[in-house]
Design a protein around this ligand. Structure first.
Ligand SMILES: [Fe+2]
Length: 283
């Protein structure tokens, strides 16, 4: 199915799928960050008003994946250590995850653990590459499959479709297009747009299963888009290894290409997998 058709069908489907409302704290932060010189005290105060969220933000930034030298004890301190833009992107990710959980979208047990792991691992991996910021890598990791719960809410047999795709060599988005005339990557893109997330995060979500096409752009030369996607794919693989799951067909097919693109040998990658799974187990 071509992208245009998929978009058209998606618009129709979105009429019957409810995208969770943008959380108030996200809107407030968005406004504060639009100023020429955002005020660190105002931003910290906006986050701290929501105590549950503030606690989650501190837990996230103090995890070993963000590599802070000192532990942040307050939101103000976390903001100083990580910077305004980083902290607001992290808050956005966490607030949106909570909005999704509260929306009543059916989420299987442990559903959010993988996106959180993938976000954390992506943040850490991104430090090895110029041009990819850890907070954006985190946001992409956390949100790349934001369309999945909405697809599950709309289509009763969605889980079966995911299983069918995994058992075959068919791309999951291709199978979704065949069965539903839309797919979770397109829905995820619409969620990003509706929430006003950075446009390139939305674009990457839209293309997160088009691995070969994205990596082949610019004649295969490294780009911010390509390396962001490579980081996401490595992080997804690491999360599967952490749970002791079999490799997914996508990694079987393109894993080597992803590593070659990122300039990481398979031996070095095994060391990375070991380090990261240890960090996840410790977290
Ligand atoms: Fe996906």
């Amino acid at each position: 199915m071509n992208a245009a058709l998929s978009f058209e069908a998606t618009n129709e489907i979105l009429g019957s799928v409810k995208i969770p409302a943008t959380p108030a704290v996200f809107m407030e932060l968005h406004e504060l960050m639009q100023k020429d010189e955002p005020d660190i005290d105002e931003v910290s105060a906006a986050i701290s008003k929501d105590m549950g969220l503030a606690a989650l933000v501190l837990k996230t930034v103090n995890s070993p994946f963000f590599g802070l030298r000192a532990k942040a004890k307050s939101i103000r301190q976390a903001t100083t250590l990580l910077g305004l833009l980083n902290i607001s992107n992290i808050v956005a990710g966490l607030a949106l995850r909570r909005a999704m959980e509260d929306s009543g979208a059916p989420t299987p047990e442990h559903y959010w653990e993988s996106p959180v792991n993938i976000g954390m691992v992506s943040a850490k991996l991104s430090r090895q590459f110029a041009g990819v910021s850890p907070d954006e890598a985190y946001m992409l990791g956390l949100f790349h499959n934001a369309g999945v719960p909405l697809m599950m809410m709309r289509f009763d047999d969605y889980l079966k479709t995911m299983g069918d795709a995994e058992a075959s060599m068919v791309d999951v988005t291709q199978l979704e297009d065949e069965r539903y005339k839309t797919n979770h990557a397109v829905i995820g893109y619409f969620v990003c747009r509706s929430w006003g997330l950075p446009e390139h995060v939305g674009e990457l979500i839209l293309r997160h299963h088009d691995v070969v096409e994205v990596l082949a752009e610019n004649g295969g030369a490294m780009s911010k888009t390509g390396i962001s996607l490579a980081v996401l794919k490595m992080a997804e693989h690491i999360d599967r290894r952490y749970w002791g799951k079999a490799d997914d067909p996508e990694w079987d097919r393109w894993g080597e290409q992803v590593l070659a693109y990122a300039g990481i040998s398979s031996t070095d990658f095994e060391d990375i997998v070991e380090d990261m799974t240890e960090l996840l187990a410790a977290g």
